[in-house]
Design a protein around this ligand. Sequence first.
Ligand code: CA
Ligand code: CA
Length: 348
Amino acid sequence: MTSTSTRVKIVPNSPARDTRQTSHSRNVRGIPRFSKPYSRFGLDDSKTTYCEKEAVSAVTKSNKLVFKHIRKPLRKKCSGGFLCLVTPQDDSTGGGRPFCSGCGVSQVTVPRIVGGEEATAGEYPWQALLVFGNGIICGGSLIKNGWVLTAAHCIKQTGATSVTVVLGEHDRSTTTDGVTQQFVSSNIIVHPNYDDITQNNDIALVFLGQNAIFNERVRPICLAQNSDYVTGASTIVTGWGVQAFSSSTAVNRLQEVTLDLISTSSCAELYPDYTITENMVCTLTTNKDACQGDSGGPLITKLQDGTWVQLGVVSFGDECAKENSPGVFTKVANYYDWITEQTGSNQC
Ligand SMILES: [Ca+2]
Ligand SMILES: [Ca+2]
């Protein structure tokens, strides 16, 4: 879209009829039978509201907005039609990011340890721990108040109808740290087009049922926009997953690893046996990767202004950190409209 304004007008599809008006007054208003330039209506181009009734305004991120015009009994000077001003807004101008203002801020600023390993407590305050009834864990991310983003395969493969979500967690082995917030939710929305063979649309939302309390240890992440996906960019994945493909024990303390983003086309070339779609984004870094238990967790990057944004959701890969086997993530930016629809608004 461009940033120019486009005026769209909707005019009555039949001449406005006001039985109290004389034919003379209709002639004065000069209302034509069908749509004509609205200077013909004698209307002031600079105004968006006529008849001085309530104006409505709405913002939509999908390309659809439906207006229903409830026609009131016609009065003098009011035709019963209405005018609509549509102003396209460029999504990548960097103004407000979707969802929470103040998202993507970490209070903890420590030098990142090369090679990753243990995160500092509170460094990734959007990180969620999902615990399913059978003890299986997944990652997730707090994206707005009351809502956690995760992977569809975490829900489908566990067959879970309910999940425990822990926010503010760092060390899973201690429950006395006093900073975690725990929720049990059965309100889980798996993307309707999730494909459990290809892992296309591997994304799901968990509604916590109530708002979390935002603090230094619990804070939402911003969602990435298309312009945030830069091949070669340094990204981070966090999780409590296993540290080797053969391992069966997830770690207690949250881990972080730095990974390089590769193009979706090179990812597809490296994975000829998989279907790599435009809804996926990949990383490839020698001896570094996400692994089992990290699923559903966030792949993030830090923008130049210091804001953290979520690029991906940990989805799949051929084993973990195997040579020339990228990690594959669900491309979050492709689901902005879906998330907005499911969570009710583009506000926090
Ligand atoms: Ca760190
Ligand atoms: Ca703990």
